[in-house]
Design a protein around this ligand. Sequence first.
Ligand SMILES: Cc1ncc(COP(=O)(O)O)c(C=O)c1O
Length: 459
Amino acid sequence: MNAIQHPNEPRSNANREATAHLEPVALRTFTPTQAVIAASAGAIHFTPEGRRLYDYTSGVLVSNLGHNPTEWTRRYFAYMGWPTNGLPTGGPYFPAVPMTAYNAITPIEVNASKRLLDVLRAAPGGARMERVMWAASGSEAIQKALWAALARDRTRHVIVATRFGFHGKKGLANAITGSEADAERDPRVRFVSFPMAECGDVSLRDAPFDPAPYQKELDALLHQFGRKLTALVTEPYLGGGGSYHPPKAYLQLLQRFCRDNDLVFVLDEVQSNFGRTGSLFAYETYGLEPDVVVLGKGLGNGVPVAAAVGRADLFGAMGYGEASDTWSANPLCCAAVLATLDEFGARDVLGAMKESSSIVERGLVELKALPFVAAVRGERGGMVWGVETRDHAGRTAAEWASALVLAAYEGDGPQGDGVHLLGPLAKKVVRVSPPLTITPAEAAASVALLARAAQRLAG
Ligand SMILES: Cc1ncc(COP(=O)(O)O)c(C=O)c1O
C-alpha cells in the first residue's frame, strides 16, 4: 500500500513513507491527512515543516490539560523523585521512585488510589466509589469492571449494553461494542437502544423524553433472562459511535432499572472523564450514581493509565491475581494520575474552559448553514462535539466528512495554520475535541479557520 503524501511536506512525507515500511496500517484508523506531528505545546501541534496545527483531537480525548503542560510535568517529575534541574552525574543510577514494582506496593500507588477515590467521592454521584482497580488501557479497565460484575454471582452471566457504544477492541470490551450485527458477538451480551434520534442538537440534556419504548426493551430482557441479568454498561454519550448526547432522563432510566433489578450499573467514562462534559465526571453532569465508573484517556493526560472504580463488594469478589497484569498500578502511571488530579485541584480548569467552549460551540453551530452539514451535536459547557455531514451534490456524507478533515488540515495554505482532526466517526461525523485548556483566542482563531475551510469546500 502506498503511503499518503501531501505536496510541500517533504519531511512529513518521508516519515509517512518510512512508517509504511515499519508498521502495519492496522495500527491506525484511517485519517486522510495522516498528519506528522514533531512537537506540541498546549493546543498547538507543529509539523516537521514547522507549520502550526490547532489540535482538535487531544490525541483521542487524552491530553485534556494540553500537550506538555509545564506545571503538570513539574509535578510528574516531583512525584517520581526526578530532579527538574538536571539529572545527577557521576553514577549509572540515582535513587527515585521505582520505574516498576510488579506485585509490590508503592507509596505512590497508595497515594494515587486514595486521591482518586477522594476526588470521585467528592463529586455528586460518587458515593459508590470505594475501590480502584487499575488498568493500562480503557478496554482493559472495561474488561476488569465486567469481570467484577460477573464474579459477584457466577450463576448470573447476562450483560446488557447500549447499542452502538464504543468500549474498545479487546475481549469483553469488544463484545459490548456496537450491536448484535457485529461479527464476534459474545452470547452473554444483549443490546438495548440508545436514543440517537433524540440527540439532535448540542446538549438537549433536559429535553422532554418518552421513556416508554426504552423501558419496554429493558422489561423484555428482564422477562427473558430474569436473575441471569448481572450488569448494564453504557457510555454517558456515544463517543466513537458518532457523538450522540442523550437526555439525562434516558441514563437515569437505565440506572433505575439496575437498582430495581439488582444489576451493576457500569458507566464508561473512559472518554468523558476529566472535564469533557463540563463537569469533572459525566455522572455529575447527568445526575447519576454508578456502581462502577471506568476511567482512562485524560486520567494520565498522555501517560497510558486507566481504572475501573466502584463498589468494594464487586471488586472483592475476585481473588488474588484474577485481574493482575504487568502495568496496572505502575508508578509511572500513578505519578501521571497524581499530577492530573493536582492540576484540576489547583486551578479552575473547568471554569476557565467555559469561554472557549462557547466560542467553539458557536462556530460549529454556524456550520449548519452549509449544505453538506447535517447536524452538530455536543456537550454544552463541555469540550466535545461531532459535526455530521450529509449526502449532497453527488458526494456521499462520508466523502464530505473526509474532505472536511483534509480541508481543515490544509487550512491557510502551505505556510499557514491548519486544524488537526481525526478521520470521521461512524463514517460521517467529524469529532471536535480540543484540549480543555485551549485559550479563547486560540478557540476563536481555530474555529474561524475551520469555518473558512468548510466554506471553501462548499464552493
Ligand atoms: C468510551 C470508551 N471506552 C473505552 C475505550 C477504549 O479505550 P482504550 O482504547 O484505551 O482501550 C474508548 C476508546 O476510544 C472509549 O472512547
